[in-house]
Ligand binder design. Sequence first.
Ligand SMILES: Nc1ncnc2c1ncn2[C@@H]1O[C@H](COP(=O)(O)OP(=O)(O)O)[C@@H](O)[C@H]1O
Ligand SMILES: [Mg+2]
Length: 285
Amino acid sequence: MEAMRAVQILNPSGEVTMPRPERTRVMCVANQKGGVGKTTTTVNLAVALALHGNRVLVVDLDPQGNASTGLNVPHHTGVPDVYDCLINSVPLEEVAQGVEGIPNLWCVPATIDLAGAEIELVSVVARESRLARAIAAYPGHFDYVFIDCPPSLGLLTVNALVAAQEVLIPIQCEYYALEGLNQLINNINLVRQHLNPRLEVSTILLTMYDRRTRLADAVEQDVRNHFGDKVLQAVIPRNVRVSEAPSYGQSVMTYDPGSRGATSYFEAAQEIAERGVKEPVGRNA
Ligand SMILES: Nc1ncnc2c1ncn2[C@@H]1O[C@H](COP(=O)(O)OP(=O)(O)O)[C@@H](O)[C@H]1O
Ligand SMILES: [Mg+2]
């Protein structure tokens, strides 16, 4: 069983495909709480979609550069990065790097320079829409652009919300899960009213689910009651293989494709892809 799953996930023949959207889906992966699985979700969904026939770009918008690390994309000081795009208007395509071993996947890395951007952006023209412009000007056609946000609601996250049509919120299955989400939802509403009318929360993903605890089940029920069918059926379990993968510069999809972590991210990616062709988002925009 495990071997069969691994073959389906690595898809060496290219036989297994996930449907491609009609138009590029720009998804902002946001939650101002740290450690809820934003980066892990970004990296693994991006790899899963790319391994199954989609062209995918990951934009690392967190100065910590964890998504760049997870995709094994160089992001030491001096490497051209998303900071150059935001502050110096360098085109994204000059900064994007191909991800080794995953043919349809590219990453715009973040270096530590990005830490200054939150403050430097304050005084630049069109400070909220720098990333939106950069993505819109990218000539390569992508099926998906995932933006991995920092754990804050500052100008970097606002840039991601202005650039996206969809917000994907990873929620960790723990007691305080829903606390603080109001603030994120308020910000999303403000951005929708003033800067990006097509923005919607399209997807909620439950992460780090520990099936041994009754609490995780209670949190899941809460989140499903609150967000209805925005919540993916697939739930990501707490799985040690998921947390080991980044130290090998890999996603769990490639590090241990037979693991439960890989399987559940594969299922989540499949659901996202299927939803995207059933009810294309942003159609009335
Ligand atoms: N499903 C999971 N099982 C086990 N560990 C996980 C899982 N998802 C994330 N982690 C670990 O939890 C930590 C926080 O995850 P991360 O994706 O970096 O969160 P964020 O980007 O929201 O700060 C990381 O060390 C990561 O490896
Ligand atoms: Mg992160």
